[in-house]
Design a protein around this ligand. Structure first.
Ligand code: ADP
Ligand code: ADP
Ligand code: ZN
Length: 213
């Protein structure tokens, strides 16, 4: 099963993608996580991506597409995957579609996690991230067992540089301009499924599992 998660930054794509990956036994592929791991290790890719991410801008398509296609070509992606944060532009969606078509393959579901902008700003300031394993918490809604420490791996949690309110506003603008058109794109492809992302996270997941079966 191949799944795409759509939604504004902070809508809960990552949170749901991790639960989907766990239940259906497929890898969670997050371009944001890949970029952040590269930034942490100070690779050339990380250095380049950081200049865009810190400004709330998208990393250029050319770079992003290459990273993603390399990742999904790996062995563990053979039986499917859940893409979180990719595609974010029509160009990226077209490249993915063509690459899959060449293999006689396709995306099964594009799940749009719908959350209005007002809720987003509030959520982001409370988000805490583990850069080591990719887990995400929220100081009020999804607190870790021990304050500031990742439940999975014990790493110290951080407030992402790009989760500061000014950058979140910029990312929302970028989302509306470049990523939101993908809702229409996948609707025309006949694979778009909408879920109400303002609900409690287990309820959102219940709605998603009804779609995925
Ligand atoms: P969020 O979880 O808030 O949606 P992500 O972790 O997915 O954020 O992405 C963080 C940043 O990484 C984005 O703001 C962007 O700069 C960069 N990025 C991630 N995925 C992509 C992509 N598919 N195309 C371009 N830039 C991306
Ligand atoms: P995205 O990957 O779309 O950027 P995340 O999954 O990182 O979003 O979630 C953004 C923030 O909101 C995180 O702090 C997360 O713990 C919290 N969160 C996720 N889902 C919900 C929900 N249904 N209700 C309240 N908070 C949530
Ligand atoms: Zn962790």
């Amino acid at each position: 099963m191949k799944i795409i998660m759509l939604g504004a930054p902070g809508a809960g794509k990552g949170t749901q993608a991790i639960m989907i990956a766990d239940k259906y036994g497929i890898p969670h592929v997050s371009t944001g996580d890949i970029f952040r791991a590269n930034i942490k290790n100070n690779t050339p890719l990380g250095q380049e991506a950081k200049t865009y991410m810190d400004k709330g801008m998208l990393v250029p398509d050319e770079l992003t597409v290459k990273i993603l296609l390399d990742r999904v070509a790996q062995d563990d992606c053979k039986n499917g995957y859940v893409l979180d944060g990719f595609p974010r532009t029509i160009v990226q969606a077209d490249v993915l579609k063509d690459a899959l078509n060449k293999l006689g393959d396709h995306i099964d579901h594009a799940i749009n996690v719908d959350v209005p902008d007002e809720n987003i700003i509030k959520r982001m300031s409370g988000r805490r991230a583990c850069v080591k394993c990719g887990a995400t918490y929220h100081i009020e809604h999804v607190p870790p067992k021990k304050e500031g420490i990742c439940d999975n791996c014990g790493e110290a949690l951080v407030l992402r540089d790009d989760d500061k309110p000014e950058t979140v506003k910029k990312r929302l603008d970028v989302y509306h301009e470049q990523t939101q058109p993908l809702i229409d794109y996948y609707n025309k492809e006949g694979i778009l499924k909408n879920v109400d992302g303002t609900q409690e996270m287990n309820k959102v997941f219940e709605d998603i599992t009804k779609i995925l079966g």
